[in-house]
Design a protein around this ligand. Structure first.
Ligand code: ATP
Ligand code: MG
Length: 341
């Protein structure tokens, strides 16, 4: 399929499933702002319907959705330049998801590692929605014919599934209707790890608050979490190769590189050989320096939630003008009769 037929369009989403973390910032938000500023049409979604695949307290979900919107804006997303909205306000996502539930195969879904990680040993008790999550994610993306999706490394498999769904739909109906969307996974921090366990991804839904840095943490909390971050007893190695078998050290260096917009090799020239007692305060200072303006701005925006709600409703209306005709054409291709409501 000729990809050139599709206008470049960026889509990505974040779940309002807890506090935004440094992982979300470096792996997603910071890079969303770059893509917006390069002038590509960009659509960003608070994916509340993904968040409810595990139970959410209604009051907390409401707060987290607004705070997430504040996090987007404070990270540099401009609601005039980009489209910002919450997923439940655009019903085309779930309508398209049903279509994709009928395209995706059980065998594909069963391979998804996020489901296995999140359901854990208790898969029989997980919601059907948690299992179907990647089909909704494919719908989020393809209902806009998005060509590029900036995400963290953990979402690579879901993007491959999205491509597989698009390919099967196009093949089954003999059309070149859905693009082969490309994941964009770039930079030093595509997978920020937990501060307590260098083999586990930093996540906003991790029960341990010490495992992550939240964008709403104050300077003392950030410094404390970095000071207590798990490390090994050796000083930092002299070059990047020396980090290979040291996941905790590598994670802290990657964070330092991403926060300062430098390469890991460049950072190693500065910090190689230093003990953690010297490196951790440097990292804490840098993290506070970069995060404090974002958390201050989030707090300021949260003082006026009606303005945030207005931004989301306006974004949803703009998103629908793109999604509705694409869903309508999808239905027509499939043979549904009659105009859409
Ligand atoms: P949850 O624990 O509820 O799944 P999360 O922290 O994984 O939350 P998501 O909303 O699932 O956040 O993901 C939002 C975006 O942030 C995705 O693009 C994802 O790849 C990215 N992301 C999440 N965690 C990290 C991380 N530790 N490092 C880099 N990117 C990340
Ligand atoms: Mg996640």
């Amino acid at each position: 399929m000729a990809e050139a037929a599709f206008t470049p369009r960026v889509f990505s989403g974040i779940q309002p499933s807890g506090n935004l973390t440094l992982g979300n910032y470096l792996g997603a938000l910071k890079r969303f702002a770059n893509s917006q500023n390069e002038g590509v049409e960009s659509i960003f979604c608070m994916v509340d319907l993904h968040a409810i695949t595990v139970w959410q307290d209604p009051a907390k979900l409401r707060h987290a959705t607004r705070e997430l919107a504040a996090g987007f804006i404070a990270s540099g997303l401009d609601p005039q330049k980009s489209i910002l909205f919450n997923q439940s306000q655009v019903p085309e996502h779930t309508q398209m998801a049903w279509v994709f539930n009928c395209v995706a195969r059980m065998g594909w879904m069963k391979r998804m590692t996020q489901f296995k990680d999140k359901a854990g040993k208790n898969a029989e008790q997980a919601s059907l929605g948690l299992f179907g999550y990647p089909a909704l994610m494919a719908a989020d993306i393809l209902v806009y014919h998005a060509t590029h999706v900036p995400v963290g490394e953990d979402q690579k498999q879901h993007l491959e599934l999205t491509q597989e769904i698009a390919r099967k739909f196009n093949h089954d109906y003999g059309v070149a209707f859905f693009p082969e969307t490309q994941p964009v996974i770039e930079g030093a921090a595509t997978r920020v790890m937990s501060l307590r366990d260098g083999t586990k991804k930093m996540s906003k839904s991790d029960p341990s608050d010490m495992s992550r840095i939240n964008l709403t943490d104050d300077a003392d909390t950030i410094a404390k979490k970095i000071r207590k971050a798990k490390t090994d007893p050796e000083p930092l190695p002299s070059d990047a190769e020396g980090l290979e078998d040291r996941p905790e050290a590598r994670n802290l260096v990657n964070i330092y590189a991403a926060l300062s917009d430098r390469s890991v090799a460049d950072v190693m020239r500065e910090v190689g050989g230093k003990p953690f007692s010297e490196f951790k305060p440097m990292l804490a200072d840098l993290a506070v320096d970069r995060i404090a303006p974002i958390s201050d701005e989030m707090a300021r925006l949260m003082k006026d939630v009606s303005e945030i709600d207005h931004i989301l409703t306006d974004g949803a209306a703009r998103a629908r003008t793109i999604a509705q005709p694409i869903l309508q054409q999808t239905y027509q291709i499939m043979g549904m009769v009659g105009a859409m409501p």
